[in-house]
Design a protein around this ligand. Structure first.
Ligand code: ADP
Length: 237
Protein backbone atom coordinates (compact mmCIF):
# COMPACT_ATOMS: atom_id res chain seq x y z
CA UNK A 1 0.00 0.00 0.00
CA UNK A 2 2.88 2.38 0.80
CA UNK A 3 5.89 2.08 -1.48
CA UNK A 4 9.20 3.87 -1.02
CA UNK A 5 10.86 3.69 -4.41
CA UNK A 6 14.56 4.52 -4.43
CA UNK A 7 14.10 7.37 -1.94
CA UNK A 8 17.14 9.59 -1.45
CA UNK A 9 17.21 12.25 1.27
CA UNK A 10 20.01 14.71 1.64
CA UNK A 11 20.61 17.65 3.98
CA UNK A 12 23.23 19.80 2.26
CA UNK A 13 26.28 17.56 1.87
CA UNK A 14 24.90 14.95 4.27
CA UNK A 15 23.24 11.96 2.60
CA UNK A 16 20.90 10.58 5.27
CA UNK A 17 18.90 8.12 3.17
CA UNK A 18 20.94 6.80 0.25
CA UNK A 19 18.20 4.99 -1.70
CA UNK A 20 15.39 3.26 0.18
CA UNK A 21 13.12 0.62 -1.33
CA UNK A 22 10.40 -0.60 1.00
CA UNK A 23 6.77 -1.69 0.93
CA UNK A 24 4.32 -1.42 3.79
CA UNK A 25 1.05 -3.34 3.63
CA UNK A 26 -2.40 -2.05 4.35
CA UNK A 27 -3.44 -2.48 7.99
CA UNK A 28 -0.05 -3.51 9.32
CA UNK A 29 1.82 -2.16 12.30
CA UNK A 30 5.18 -1.39 10.75
CA UNK A 31 8.17 -0.15 12.76
CA UNK A 32 11.31 1.72 11.75
CA UNK A 33 13.84 0.54 14.33
CA UNK A 34 17.44 1.65 14.75
CA UNK A 35 19.87 3.65 16.86
CA UNK A 36 19.59 7.39 17.26
CA UNK A 37 20.65 9.30 14.14
CA UNK A 38 20.14 6.44 11.64
CA UNK A 39 17.42 8.30 9.72
CA UNK A 40 14.15 6.80 11.04
CA UNK A 41 12.43 10.12 11.72
CA UNK A 42 13.65 11.55 8.44
CA UNK A 43 11.92 8.76 6.51
CA UNK A 44 8.73 9.16 8.52
CA UNK A 45 8.77 12.90 7.90
CA UNK A 46 9.17 12.34 4.17
CA UNK A 47 6.12 10.05 4.21
CA UNK A 48 4.02 12.56 6.15
CA UNK A 49 5.21 15.41 3.92
CA UNK A 50 7.45 17.57 6.14
CA UNK A 51 10.49 16.78 3.98
CA UNK A 52 10.83 16.48 0.23
CA UNK A 53 13.16 13.69 -0.85
CA UNK A 54 15.94 14.67 -3.23
CA UNK A 55 15.15 11.63 -5.38
CA UNK A 56 12.74 8.75 -5.74
CA UNK A 57 9.02 8.34 -5.23
CA UNK A 58 6.59 7.59 -2.43
CA UNK A 59 3.45 5.82 -3.60
CA UNK A 60 0.23 5.40 -1.68
CA UNK A 61 -1.93 2.75 -3.35
CA UNK A 62 -0.11 3.45 -6.64
CA UNK A 63 -0.72 7.19 -6.35
CA UNK A 64 2.49 9.22 -6.35
CA UNK A 65 2.35 11.40 -3.21
CA UNK A 66 6.01 12.48 -3.21
CA UNK A 67 5.12 16.14 -3.76
CA UNK A 68 1.53 16.18 -2.52
CA UNK A 69 0.95 18.75 0.30
CA UNK A 70 0.76 17.35 3.86
CA UNK A 71 -2.97 17.99 4.31
CA UNK A 72 -3.85 16.06 1.14
CA UNK A 73 -1.99 12.86 2.00
CA UNK A 74 -4.47 11.37 4.49
CA UNK A 75 -1.74 10.71 7.06
CA UNK A 76 -1.97 11.82 10.71
CA UNK A 77 1.09 12.09 12.90
CA UNK A 78 1.54 11.71 16.65
CA UNK A 79 4.73 13.37 17.88
CA UNK A 80 7.09 12.33 20.66
CA UNK A 81 5.83 15.09 22.94
CA UNK A 82 2.23 14.66 21.63
CA UNK A 83 2.26 18.40 20.72
CA UNK A 84 -1.09 18.92 22.46
CA UNK A 85 -2.25 22.39 23.45
CA UNK A 86 -1.83 22.29 27.26
CA UNK A 87 -4.17 25.17 28.07
CA UNK A 88 -7.04 23.92 25.92
CA UNK A 89 -9.36 21.20 27.12
CA UNK A 90 -9.39 17.71 25.66
CA UNK A 91 -12.44 18.44 23.52
CA UNK A 92 -10.79 21.43 21.84
CA UNK A 93 -7.56 19.53 21.30
CA UNK A 94 -9.42 16.77 19.48
CA UNK A 95 -11.60 19.26 17.59
CA UNK A 96 -8.68 21.36 16.40
CA UNK A 97 -8.13 19.74 12.98
CA UNK A 98 -11.88 19.66 12.29
CA UNK A 99 -12.17 23.38 13.07
CA UNK A 100 -9.33 24.08 10.64
CA UNK A 101 -11.35 22.21 8.02
CA UNK A 102 -14.42 24.30 8.94
CA UNK A 103 -16.54 21.23 9.67
CA UNK A 104 -20.07 22.37 10.76
CA UNK A 105 -20.41 22.39 14.56
CA UNK A 106 -23.08 19.67 14.91
CA UNK A 107 -20.98 17.20 12.90
CA UNK A 108 -17.82 18.29 14.67
CA UNK A 109 -19.42 17.63 18.04
CA UNK A 110 -20.59 14.19 16.93
CA UNK A 111 -17.18 13.22 15.59
CA UNK A 112 -15.23 14.45 18.63
CA UNK A 113 -17.51 12.54 21.03
CA UNK A 114 -17.49 9.45 18.86
CA UNK A 115 -13.70 9.19 18.71
CA UNK A 116 -13.35 10.05 22.42
CA UNK A 117 -15.67 7.13 23.23
CA UNK A 118 -13.66 4.79 21.03
CA UNK A 119 -10.40 5.60 22.81
CA UNK A 120 -12.09 5.41 26.21
CA UNK A 121 -11.97 9.06 27.22
CA UNK A 122 -14.89 9.86 29.49
CA UNK A 123 -17.30 12.78 29.18
CA UNK A 124 -15.74 14.25 32.31
CA UNK A 125 -12.23 14.02 30.84
CA UNK A 126 -13.35 15.76 27.65
CA UNK A 127 -13.66 19.05 29.52
CA UNK A 128 -10.45 18.84 31.50
CA UNK A 129 -7.35 20.73 30.47
CA UNK A 130 -4.74 18.48 28.90
CA UNK A 131 -2.25 19.55 31.59
CA UNK A 132 -4.53 17.96 34.22
CA UNK A 133 -4.37 14.51 32.59
CA UNK A 134 -2.00 11.60 33.20
CA UNK A 135 0.57 10.55 30.60
CA UNK A 136 -1.64 7.69 29.50
CA UNK A 137 -4.68 9.88 29.06
CA UNK A 138 -2.63 12.41 27.11
CA UNK A 139 -1.53 9.66 24.77
CA UNK A 140 -5.16 8.78 24.13
CA UNK A 141 -5.96 12.41 23.39
CA UNK A 142 -3.06 12.60 20.94
CA UNK A 143 -4.28 9.46 19.18
CA UNK A 144 -7.90 10.66 19.17
CA UNK A 145 -6.79 13.97 17.69
CA UNK A 146 -5.01 12.11 14.90
CA UNK A 147 -7.80 9.58 14.26
CA UNK A 148 -10.66 12.11 14.22
CA UNK A 149 -9.34 13.25 10.83
CA UNK A 150 -10.00 9.72 9.51
CA UNK A 151 -6.51 9.21 8.11
CA UNK A 152 -5.63 6.11 6.13
CA UNK A 153 -2.25 6.04 7.92
CA UNK A 154 -1.18 6.82 11.46
CA UNK A 155 2.47 7.87 11.92
CA UNK A 156 3.96 7.74 15.43
CA UNK A 157 7.38 9.13 16.23
CA UNK A 158 8.75 7.66 19.50
CA UNK A 159 5.46 8.37 21.32
CA UNK A 160 6.51 6.50 24.47
CA UNK A 161 10.10 7.59 24.87
CA UNK A 162 9.47 10.42 27.36
CA UNK A 163 7.64 8.19 29.83
CA UNK A 164 8.88 6.12 32.74
CA UNK A 165 9.42 2.40 32.22
CA UNK A 166 6.25 1.17 33.92
CA UNK A 167 3.94 3.54 32.08
CA UNK A 168 5.75 2.77 28.83
CA UNK A 169 4.88 -0.92 29.06
CA UNK A 170 1.30 -0.16 30.02
CA UNK A 171 0.84 2.28 27.14
CA UNK A 172 2.54 -0.04 24.71
CA UNK A 173 -0.23 -2.58 25.34
CA UNK A 174 -2.88 0.08 25.07
CA UNK A 175 -1.45 1.35 21.81
CA UNK A 176 -1.40 -2.15 20.36
CA UNK A 177 -5.03 -2.79 21.26
CA UNK A 178 -6.11 0.58 19.85
CA UNK A 179 -4.32 -0.17 16.59
CA UNK A 180 -6.00 -3.58 16.36
CA UNK A 181 -9.38 -2.02 17.13
CA UNK A 182 -9.09 0.57 14.34
CA UNK A 183 -7.15 -1.69 11.95
CA UNK A 184 -5.34 1.38 10.67
CA UNK A 185 -1.99 1.15 8.89
CA UNK A 186 0.49 2.35 11.51
CA UNK A 187 4.07 3.43 11.01
CA UNK A 188 6.01 3.56 14.23
CA UNK A 189 9.48 4.95 14.89
CA UNK A 190 11.55 3.76 17.85
CA UNK A 191 15.11 3.03 18.99
CA UNK A 192 13.76 0.51 21.53
CA UNK A 193 14.12 -3.10 20.35
CA UNK A 194 11.74 -4.53 22.90
CA UNK A 195 9.05 -2.04 21.95
CA UNK A 196 9.48 -2.87 18.26
CA UNK A 197 9.44 -6.63 18.85
CA UNK A 198 6.27 -6.54 20.98
CA UNK A 199 4.25 -4.06 18.92
CA UNK A 200 5.01 -4.74 15.29
CA UNK A 201 3.69 -6.95 12.54
CA UNK A 202 6.90 -6.19 10.66
CA UNK A 203 10.06 -4.23 11.40
CA UNK A 204 12.69 -2.52 9.25
CA UNK A 205 16.01 -2.32 11.10
CA UNK A 206 17.95 0.75 9.99
CA UNK A 207 21.66 1.41 10.09
CA UNK A 208 23.06 4.62 8.62
CA UNK A 209 19.96 5.23 6.49
CA UNK A 210 19.86 1.70 5.10
CA UNK A 211 17.17 -0.86 5.93
CA UNK A 212 19.48 -3.75 6.82
CA UNK A 213 16.62 -6.19 7.35
CA UNK A 214 12.86 -6.14 6.94
CA UNK A 215 10.85 -8.90 8.57
CA UNK A 216 8.51 -10.08 11.29
CA UNK A 217 9.70 -9.80 14.91
CA UNK A 218 10.36 -13.56 14.87
CA UNK A 219 12.48 -13.34 11.72
CA UNK A 220 14.44 -10.37 13.01
CA UNK A 221 14.97 -11.93 16.43
CA UNK A 222 15.71 -15.51 15.41
CA UNK A 223 17.37 -15.00 12.04
CA UNK A 224 19.18 -11.68 12.05
CA UNK A 225 20.37 -11.04 8.51
CA UNK A 226 23.48 -9.01 9.33
CA UNK A 227 25.95 -8.60 12.16
CA UNK A 228 24.59 -5.13 12.84
CA UNK A 229 21.01 -6.41 13.24
CA UNK A 230 22.18 -9.24 15.48
CA UNK A 231 24.17 -6.89 17.74
CA UNK A 232 21.49 -4.23 17.83
CA UNK A 233 18.66 -6.64 18.67
CA UNK A 234 20.84 -8.32 21.28
CA UNK A 235 21.83 -5.08 22.99
CA UNK A 236 19.69 -3.32 25.53
CA UNK A 237 19.93 0.40 24.84
P1 ADP B 1 16.71 9.13 13.99
O1 ADP B 1 15.25 9.42 13.87
O2 ADP B 1 17.05 7.75 13.52
O3 ADP B 1 17.28 9.43 15.34
P2 ADP B 1 16.99 11.37 12.20
O4 ADP B 1 16.20 10.98 11.03
O5 ADP B 1 16.39 12.33 13.16
O6 ADP B 1 17.50 10.08 12.97
O7 ADP B 1 18.37 12.02 11.72
C1 ADP B 1 19.24 11.36 10.79
C2 ADP B 1 20.40 12.27 10.48
O8 ADP B 1 19.92 13.39 9.73
C3 ADP B 1 21.12 12.84 11.68
O9 ADP B 1 22.49 12.88 11.39
C4 ADP B 1 20.54 14.23 11.81
O10 ADP B 1 21.46 15.09 12.42
C5 ADP B 1 20.31 14.60 10.36
N1 ADP B 1 19.19 15.55 10.17
C6 ADP B 1 17.88 15.30 10.46
N2 ADP B 1 17.10 16.36 10.14
C7 ADP B 1 17.95 17.30 9.64
C8 ADP B 1 17.77 18.63 9.13
N3 ADP B 1 16.56 19.19 9.05
N4 ADP B 1 18.87 19.28 8.69
C9 ADP B 1 20.09 18.72 8.75
N5 ADP B 1 20.34 17.48 9.21
C10 ADP B 1 19.29 16.77 9.66
Amino acid sequence: MITFKDIHIQFGELSVIPGLNLQIREGEFFTFLGPSGCGKTTILRSLVGFINPSGGQILLNDRDITNVPIEKRGISMVFQSYALFPTLNVYENIAFGLRVQKIPSARLDEEVRDIARKVDLSEEQLFKKVSELSGGQQQRVAIARALVLKPSILALDEPLSNLDAKLRVQLRNELKSLQKKFGITTIYVTHDQEEALTLSDRIAVFHKGVAEQVGTPQEIYNHSATEFVCNFIGSSN
